[in-house]
Design a protein around this ligand. Sequence first.
Ligand SMILES: [Cu+2]
Length: 421
Amino acid sequence: MIRALLLAAVLVVMFAAPAAAHNVTAGADLRIAQTIAGAEVTLVIKGTSRVPGPLRIGVVAFERAAGLPVSLEVRSLTGGRTVKGVARAAADPEYAELRVEETGPHQLTLRAGDEVAVVPFRVLVDRGSAGDFLIYGGLFAAGLLLVGGLLTGAVSRRGPAMMLAAGAAAGVTVAAMVVVFEPMLPPGPPDGAAPTAQTQPAGGRPFAQARMETAPAGPAPGQEFTLRVDLTDGSTGRPVDDLVSHHEALAHVVVTSEDGRYFRHVHPLRTAAGRLEVRLRADRPGRYLVYAELEREDSGGQLLTGEFAVDGDPAGAATADLPAAVPELRPAVPVAGRPATIELPADGAVRPWLGMAGHLIVRSQDGSFLGHVHEMGTNGTRLRFTFSFPRPGRYLAWAQHATDGRIVTMPFTVDVAEPAG
Ligand SMILES: [Cu+2]
């Protein structure tokens, strides 16, 4: 009896759902920030518990996106069926309803302007847990055995009647034990989950390797170009196509000019397996540094770096810089290796973006270090961050938050002192 229960428990643990990748489940919406058609939006696929049934998809507008039409196409990778719709980006969008017929792997193609992104995802629907099966199975078996026992007893065969009654008691015991212990067991895999991989390397997948380049190479100042990030698995040489949505994006890419006067925080589109692309424009010649924050499934977050150059003669190039923000620092001169508090007034009513009220991105002047922290939760009119600068020296920093229809970026510099003694 005890053995059977232990075996049941082991089976339930073995079937525990794998780490959530880009999954659409009853409990969780899938949110993916995208920089598309010169706009900043967050694609939202609402969680669903009903398949076949409608999948609700909306596009939340953050910058230069209000009213942008985004065409949607959902294709089932198992059934091959395709459904189409259109979502118009808005701060509080209406959701298009695209009917899906089955659980499992799907892909969403979104088009805006002349840009196309393909987002793979899985539709998962919870099915009854293994616990439910044991509870109802145990009770059902107990019922059958009890009836059998009564009938056998009625024709007065004591031995078999006792055995059936004992069986019934065992069934009730199984059901009761599951009722007691089920809350401690992980749930079974939902319908549509990926088969549990037998070939997965122990200890997680390796970090991705990135190759970053622009098309065209060496774009001219002011010319639109595509920044391309190709991700490869170093252990297999194959494209990395298992990015999970991390802080509401497949990848967060920060591009800064060497002098820090140019700053973009963008969310590239997945255009092919292992390939992310974003369109940019830079108005000054020179060297640009690229940082990509992303996370592979079963691997953890990582920061990848690269660079590119914008062609031309640096002399004579001029652009209007963003006005520098003046943050309140505590201590007034932060000390290397110790937490400092950085507080700024928000520019307008703060709206959550990428799951947070505010973001602080910090780069060392030479570009060898990039840090990113989130707002600590203030009252919505101020942003407060805690940041520990790793070494003494000058840092370039950008605080960001969203308001209605706009992403506000506040650049400033911080000089960090050597710890005393
Ligand atoms: Cu981001």
